[in-house]
Design a protein around this ligand. Structure first.
Ligand code: PRP
Length: 206
């Protein structure tokens, strides 16, 4: 029997990912959600699920520790890992945007300071238009940076828009749309072709 290891991004996408897998009959999400175990197997032994930080999903899959992963396009755009992306899963719909204070003061020093959890996306976005920026990398609560004067704007995810609104920020422009993706390791795609095909087909039907 071929076992597939699937890396699931913890956090905002985790619940929807598990629901999708459960609807496809691949796992029982209760076990995953009720314990702190970071690796579980399904009853048949066909699947092992590992739960890792979103940015670590491409790392586990690219290195072949996980055969597949479920992760947002935002993370894939940031990571640049060499993975196959056979399927958009239609979960976790959000946008990557540039946002700033509704009342944005001039920064008085020419170079735009951009706070973000996505330094590569931010550098690429502003680099493509020749805008010099200082990218300030943060781990979370990015919306605070313009409010407290750490940055002139942010590059961040927007789902409902509530965090922006509640912190007095507005969208300046949309960089990209993001949804959850199934990603597959290149070698697994060949060596475990049947199992990967079956997984893709089952998830595609949901
Ligand atoms: C994300 C993102 C925004 C927020 C947007 O953060 O970075 O802060 O969600 O969601 P909304 O538009 O629905 O308000 P996350 O919840 O992942 O936490 P973090 O700030 O710790 O990264």
């Amino acid at each position: 029997m071929t076992q597939l290891t699937i890396a699931i991004a913890k956090g905002r996408l985790q619940k929807e990912s598990l629901e999708l897998l459960a609807n496809a009959g691949l796992c029982d999400p209760r076990e995953a959600l009720s314990s702190r175990r970071l690796a579980i197997e399904d009853e048949s032994g066909c699947f092992r699920f590992i739960f890792v930080k979103p940015m670590d999903v491409p790392v586990y899959v690219e290195h072949g520790i996980a055969d597949c992963g479920v992760v947002g396009r935002d993370v894939l755009l940031e990571s640049g890992a060499d993975l196959l992306q056979p399927l958009a899963l239609g979960i976790g719909r959000c946008r990557i945007v540039v946002a700033a204070l509704v009342e944005m003061p001039g920064n008085g020093h020419g170079m735009l300071r951009v706070a973000t959890k996505y330094p590569h996306i931010a550098a690429r976005h502003f680099g493509a238009r020749g805008q010099p920026v200082e990218v300030i990398e943060l781990s979370g609560s990015v919306e605070l940076a313009p409010v407290l004067g750490l940055a002139d704007c942010i590059v961040d995810l927007v789902e409902t828009g509530r965090t922006l609104r509640d912190n007095g920020l507005r969208i300046i422009e949309v960089i990209a749309e993001s949804t959850g993706r199934l990603v597959v390791n290149r070698a697994s795609y060949q060596l475990k072709a049947k199992a990967v095909e079956t997984l893709t087909a089952v998830l595609d039907a949901k």
